[in-house]
Design a protein around this ligand. Structure first.
Ligand SMILES: Cc1ncc(COP(=O)(O)O)c(C=O)c1O
Length: 399
């Protein structure tokens, strides 16, 4: 696949060649655990056992690597399985990880409760403050810097090239969780990151019908191995691979990623602009708004839009809790990135593991995953839900 081809062309064609046997335009789902050998260890096209390789998975991996401008991609059973595999592929007991404080709660739980007992320590830091990041990197023991931008759920924007410099000066790797932006809007490997992690459950799958994760690596080496070698071995030996049917769904979703994400971004910007004009909304977070503190940086490192997630604060936690049950089109649910709009209360739902810590999410913060529906319908839904909680926000509803 030529790297000169545009993003949408690669999305449709990379790793998705028609089946040479039948001419089927869509490559078949190789729903098989094992492969017939032509002699002892004489493999047909290199396939032996689906934990090691499977054509449906490999096609999706090739497609994703082409879109992230990576050397290789590896698909896993979930986003968190991908993160776990990447971290275990590169870390050794005694290593230290620096993580953006405003990052997915499950990544923090993985570091604290799974990798912590195996001798990995970590420090969380405000990702938007590079000077603060520099003070927590421990040259000699920090092996990985882990960044999420835009962040979840505050939509903070961090400087990927700046983080990459700090990582590389300390001999560490920079990993960027690119789930929120997706490669349609941001390609961290081009900005200096060494690896990208994804929950493909979100924008890549795009239809809320499949759970998956992926790691995409550039050409960096670490501890005497390329990242591709290290992650490939972990995928095979750890075994948390994505199944063929899940890879088929993720690959199908990925073909329309650009189209969908442009629509998500257009709708999200309109919703954020509308929220910004509301007196009963205390504060909105969307990097596409010029008032957002990270807007300039987002414009520099993202393209074609700012993503489909918007968060905002209502005057009280009570109002937020009632509001998220008052919408009709926005479904009350965790997750994001599907074609349908979803709403959630992070402090009680996605980010409940942070409750009671100094990183607790404010009780009045609401997160929207803005879908691809007609935006006027989405705004009308938010409008009626705000009217429904006006007794809690003090907002006067026009008669
Ligand atoms: C930014 C981010 N990274 C990783 C994950 C974990 O992915 P999964 O739920 O597919 O395991 C999530 C899930 O919400 C996420 O939002």
């Amino acid at each position: 696949m030529s790297t000169n081809q545009g993003f949408d062309t690669r999305a449709v064609h990379a790793g998705q060649e028609p089946d040479p046997l039948t001419g089927a335009v869509v490559p078949p789902v190789y729903q098989t655990s094992t492969f017939i050998q032509d002699g002892v260890n004489v493999l047909r096209n290199g396939h032996e056992y689906s934990r090691g390789s499977n054509p449906t998975r490999n096609g999706f991996e090739e497609q994703l690597a082409a879109l992230e401008n990576g050397e290789r991609a590896f698909a896993f059973a979930s986003g968190i399985a991908a993160e776990d595999a990447l971290l275990r592929a590169v870390l050794r007991p005694g290593d230290h990880v620096v993580i953006a404080s405003d990052s997915y709660g499950g990544t923090n739980r993985l570091l604290k409760d799974i990798l912590g007992p195996w001798g990995i320590t970590h420090t969380a830091v405000d990702a938007t403050d590079l000077a603060a990041v520099a003070t927590v990197v421990q040259p000699g023991s920090t092996a990985v810097l882990w960044l999420e931008t835009p962040s979840n759920p505050n939509l903070g924007i961090a400087d990927i090239p700046g983080w990459a410099r700090l990582a590389h000066d300390a001999g560490a790797l920079l990993v960027v969780d690119n789930t929120f932006a997706s490669p349609a809007l941001q390609r961290p490997l081009d900005l200096g990151a060494d690896a990208v992690a994804h929950s493909t459950t979100k924008y890549i799958g795009g239809h809320s019908d499949v759970l998956g994760g992926a790691v995409v690596v550039g050409g960096a080496s670490f501890r005497g191995k390329t990242l591709a070698e290290a992650v490939e071995f972990q995928q095979f030996a750890g075994g948390a691979v994505a199944g063929p049917q899940d890879c088929f769904l993720a690959a199908r979703g990925l073909k329309t990623l650009g189209l969908r994400v442009r629509q998500h971004s257009t709708n999200a910007l309109r919703v954020a602009q509308w929220l910004a004009r509301r007196e009963d909304v205390a504060r909105g977070n969307y990097p596409g708004l010029p008032s957002h503190p990270g807007h300039g940086l987002a414009k520099a490192q993202m393209h074609d839009g700012f993503g489909g997630v918007v968060s905002f604060r209502l005057p009280t936690g009570e109002a937020a809790k009632e509001f998220v049950t008052a919408t009709k089109l926005f479904g009350l649910s965790v997750s994001l990135g599907g074609v349908e709009s979803l709403i959630c209360l992070p402090t009680e739902m996605t980010h409940a593991p942070l409750k009671g810590t100094d990183r607790e999410i404010p009780a009045d913060l609401v997160r929207l995953s803005v879908g691809i529906e007609d935006v006027q319908d989405l705004i009308a839904d938010l409008d009626q839900a705000l009217a429904a909680v006006s007794h809690l926000t003090g907002h006067k509803v026009a008669a």
